[in-house]
Design a protein around this ligand. Structure first.
Ligand code: UDP
Ligand code: MG
Length: 316
C-alpha cells in the first residue's frame, strides 16, 4: 500500500494569509511536536507553509524560518487565491504518512495533535477531526454561523458535522482521496464527508485568534455557503421547478375564479392592485429562478475553463 512507502512520518500543512505576527509562535509549538512525535515510525516530520499571497511580511518570515530548519518548506502564491487553494497546495506537497492541517492563528491548538495522533495510530480511523466547541463565541457570530450551517446542511446532499473544520489529522490515503476531487469551486466542508472513510471527532475549547483579524466577512461567508450548496447538491434547481409548478397551479385556480366572477359577478374596472401585485410577484419569482440557474451556470463556466487552482511565485 502507498501509505507504507511514505518516508516522512508527519506533515504539517499551514495556510497563511497575512500571518506574519503568528507564524513564529506557531512554529515554536510545531517544532516541539516534531521533536516529540515526528520521529516515531522513522522519517521525522516536515512543515509546509502556504503563503496565500500575503500583503504583509509573511513571506519574509517564512524564508527566515525555512533558512533555520531544513524540515520547513513553503509555497508562496502570486496573489491571494483563498484558503481552499492554499490547503490544496499544501496537501499536494505533503509527503507524510500522516498529514495534519491547521490554521496559522493558533485557533487550532497544536497541543491537540498528540491526542489526535494517538487516535489515528490505533489504525481504526482515517481521519481525526479536532472539533471546536462554540462556547465563548460572540452571540451574533454564533447565531450567524448556526444559520449558515443549518441552511447549508439542509440543502446539500452530504452530511456535515457542525464545528468540524479543517483542523484534522489524516492518513495519506485520505489525503490522496481529497486530491482526487479536482473541482475549481472547492468546498472542503463538503469534500470531507463526500469522500467518506472512518472519522473520529475530538473536541477542544474555542480559542480566539492570537494576533491579526479574521478574513471572513458576512459576504464571504454567504458566498462560501452558496458554493457549498451549489457544489454539493442540485436541490436549488429542483426548488425552482417546485416554485414554478406551485405558481402554475395557483394561476389556474385564479383563472377559474376570475372567469367565474366575470360571468356571474358584477365587475366594474377594478383589479388594478391585483394585477400589479401579480406582476411584481411573478417578476420576482422569474428573476430568482434565473438567478439560481445563473449560479449553476457560473460554476460550470469556471469549471470548464479549467484554470489552475493557484499560481506559485516562489517555493522551497
Ligand atoms: N487563510 C488563507 N487564505 C485566505 C484567508 C485565510 O490562507 O484567503 C488562512 C489564514 O491565514 C488562517 C486560516 O486560513 O491560517 C483561517 O483563516 P481565519 O483565521 O481568517 O478564519 P477563521 O478562523 O476566522 O475562520
Ligand atoms: Mg482563525
Amino acid at each position: 500500500m502507498k501509505t507504507d512507502t511514505k518516508k516522512i512520518y508527519l506533515s504539517f500543512v499551514v495556510p497563511c494569509f497575512n500571518e506574519e505576527a503568528n507564524i513564529p509562535a506557531l512554529f515554536r509549538e510545531i517544532v516541539r511536536l516534531l521533536d516529540v512525535c515526528g520521529g516515531d515510525g522513522g522519517g521525522g516530520g516536515e512543515v509546509i507553509f502556504v503563503d496565500d499571497g500575503s500583503k504583509d511580511g509573511t513571506l519574509g518570515v517564512l524564508r527566515t524560518v525555512a533558512d533555520g530548519d531544513s524540515r520547513v518548506r513553503y509555497i508562496s502564491f502570486s496573489r491571494n487565491f483563498g484558503k481552499e487553494a492554499a490547503m490544496l497546495a499544501g496537501l499536494q506537497a505533503a509527503q507524510g504518512k500522516f498529514v495534519v492541517m491547521l490554521d496559522a492563528d493558533m485557533q487550532h491548538p497544536p497541543t491537540m495533535i498528540p491526542q489526535m495522533l494517538e487516535e489515528i495510530t490505533s489504525g481504526e480511523y482515517d481521519c481525526v477531526i479536532a472539533k471546536r466547541s462554540r462556547r465563548g463565541d460572540p452571540f451574533f457570530r454564533t447565531l450567524l454561523s448556526n444559520c449558515f450551517y443549518r441552511l447549508t446542511s439542509m440543502l446539500v446532499d452530504v452530511e456535515m458535522i457542525d464545528g468540524a473544520g479543517d483542523f484534522r489529522l489524516m492518513t495519506a490515503s485520505y489525503v490522496e482521496a481529497i486530491l482526487k476531487l479536482d473541482e475549481r469551486n472547492r468546498f472542503s466542508k463538503g469534500i470531507y464527508p463526500w469522500i467518506g472513510f472512518k472519522t473520529k471527532c475530538v473536541e477542544y475549547e474555542n480559542v480566539g485568534r492570537a494576533a491579526g483579524k479574521t478574513k471572513w466577512s458576512i459576504f464571504k461567508l454567504f458566498r462560501y455557503s452558496m458554493n457549498g450548496i451549489i457544489g454539493f447538491s442540485t436541490k436549488m434547481l429542483s426548488l425552482i421547478s417546485l416554485l414554478g409548478i406551485m405558481s402554475f397551479a395557483t394561476s389556474i385556480v385564479l383563472f377559474v375564479l376570475l372567469i367565474l366572477r366575470k360571468i356571474y359577478g358584477n365587475v366594474g374596472v377594478d383589479g388594478w392592485t391585483t394585477i400589479v401585485c401579480l406582476i411584481v410577484f411573478f417578476s420576482g419569482l422569474i428573476l430568482l429562478a434565473i438567478g439560481i440557474t445563473g449560479q449553476y451556470i457560473e460554476k460550470m463556466y469556471t469549471e470548464i475553463k479549467r484554470r489552475p487552482h493557484f499560481i506559485v511565485r516562489e517555493s522551497r
